[in-house]
Design a protein around this ligand. Structure first.
Ligand code: FAD
Length: 454
């Protein structure tokens, strides 16, 4: 047993007793310098350097931070823009995936920041605990997801970073700080969605709850005409609801309703869902594609972590030929915002693979797109044709401007920086906090300079 593993098991035994999470090893080999240029998951973004160093301990992270003038932490590379990019060097925590502690009475789990949700969830479930929500796929790193306010769906579900109750971070000087919800709520709210600008997050503590079962039912061809009157009822029909449309036929092509199933409870699918009909087999969000990589549907009950994402854990795409954009508006403007995008369908649909509409609860995290605003997220999975997509995005952004639209930090957008900053009322104090912890811009890159400092 190596030193690191011994430390990990020792801590778990002390804090949590024998547990499935303590059996989680999840070590990933160090990333070798790539022969090919280093790209993001979608392949659309080429990073400015292939110089990646892997850390395996807090001490190594601190030493790296002290040695380097400028660098960025690279997560699982699922962002579609340059938010993670560096011209100098990358630090990867992909080898730091251990579960440090499961605190059953406080209902929290603490995990090293390189772990992905896919690595954390199955052992957490075996120990009888669950997270409140997940994104569409489980392969993203927890620290990277929380840095950009990644979300799932559900009117009562905050984005994934709202589950963070504390985190450990190495700041520009190499010091180790802990931000905790219970210790200094204001600093904590400022720092959770940190856009990678504050330092290297090394550990994250997440709220957990008793494990739960879910079922997923899909309905086909919901008339868009149902939305004005029934939008709230439709998006509240389950714990997590996603609406998929290509905007072509005046219909929501698919409605995915994910419901929690309590012990002994038997639920059924309604034969008619606001004019939509139940699917008769598993489907992919793009109806023509095979559903083999999608999570189980047709009302089959299963664990939360195999129903909340749309794509299976076991399916590990290393890249995807697509682009993504996503825009957040207040849920009170949902129907008008959907209508505004529908008006653009002749511009949007030719370049689109699929749109997904999801709801997210309001939060109090300063740089979250859902800050103080129960939200609708309008997502676009585009064909990988950036010249065409780049022309459509300003049209969408113009149509959604009256709703004070905020873009997803990890996806593609063209909103000018002054407008973007004006949509985040806590942007200026966030930058003050960054200046306090990173006075010389060690973690600043071109993305942050362009969008936060111009
Ligand atoms: C196929 C696909 C599906 C997606 N589905 C969803 C979805 O359902 N919902 C949604 O909201 N988003 C979704 N996304 C977007 C994705 O969740 C975000 O882009 C997320 O930030 C990706 O995390 P990452 O680890 O890959 O981050 P990276 O792209 O590697 O990095 C993102 C940022 O986090 C910082 N960072 C990463 N780790 C650390 C650390 N340890 N310390 C400090 N900073 C760090 C980086 O420096 C960078 O600034 C999806 C993306 C893809 C490709």
């Amino acid at each position: 047993m190596d030193q690191r593993r011994r430390r990990f098991v020792g801590q778990c035994a002390a804090m949590a007793g024998t547990s499935a999470v303590s059996a989680m090893i999840g070590r990933i080999p160090a990333e070798a310098a790539p022969a090919e240029p280093l790209r993001n998951w979608a392949g659309n973004y080429r990073y400015s350097t292939g110089n990646v160093t892997s850390a395996t301990s807090l001490a190594q992270v601190q030493a790296f931070v002290r040695k380097h003038e400028r660098f960025k932490v690279l997560g699982t590379r699922h962002c579609f823009n340059g938010i993670a990019d560096s011209v100098d060097a990358f630090l990867s925590l992909r080898e730091m995936t251990a579960v440090v502690a499961l605190d059953r009475s406080a209902k929290t789990v603490t995990v090293e920041a390189g772990a992905s949700y896919g690595q954390l969830c199955p052992p957490l479930d075996r120990d009888g605990f669950a997270l409140h929500n997940l994104a569409s796929l489980p392969h993203i790193s927890i620290a990277g997801a929380c840095a950009t306010a990644t979300h799932g769906s559900g009117v009562d579900n905050g984005n994934l970073s709202t589950a963070v109750s504390a985190f450990e971070i190495v700041t520009a000087g190499g010091d180790v700080l802990t931000f905790a919800r219970s210790k200094d709520p204001r600093a904590f709210q400022a720092a959770v969605v940190n856009l990678g600008a504050l330092g290297v997050v090394t550990k994250v503590t997440l709220d957990v709850q008793p494990s739960y079962a879910m079922r997923q039912d899909v309905y086909l061809d919901l008339p868009m005409a149902q939305l004005p009157e029934h939008f709230e009822a439709i998006v509240s029909a389950g714990y997590s609801v996603s609406l998929f449309t290509d905007w072509r036929q005046g219909t929501i092509n698919e409605v995915w309703v994910k419901r929690r199933v309590e012990k002994g409870q038997s639920l059924t699918a309604s034969p008619d869902f606001y004019g939509a009909r139940p699917a008769t087999a598993n489907v992919h969000p793009i109806v023509e594609l095979s559903a083999e990589n999608c999570t189980e549907q047709m009302g089959v009950v299963g664990p939360w972590y195999e129903r909340l994402p749309h794509f299976r854990m076991g399916f590990t795409p290393s890249s995807g030929k697509e682009l993504q954009s996503e825009y957040f508006v207040a849920r009170s403007n949902a129907v008008d915002a959907i209508r505004a995008v529908e008006r653009l369908r002749d511009h949007v649909s030719p370049h689109l693979m699929i749109t997904e509409l999801r709801t997210i609860a309001a939060d109090d995290l300063w740089m979250s797109p859902c800050y103080k605003r129960p939200s609708l997220a309008i997502h676009f999975t585009w064909k990988q044709d950036w010249p065409a997509v780049r022309k459509v995005l300003p049209m969408i952004e113009r149509e959604l401007a009256p709703f004070q639209v905020r873009p997803h930090w990890g996806k593609l957008f063209t909103i000018p920086s002054a407008q973007l900053q004006s949509r985040y009322e806590m942007c200026a104090p966030f930058k003050q906090l960054v200046a306090e912890h990173d006075p010389r811009g060690k973690f600043r890159n071109a993305f942050l300079s362009t969008h936060l400092y111009k």
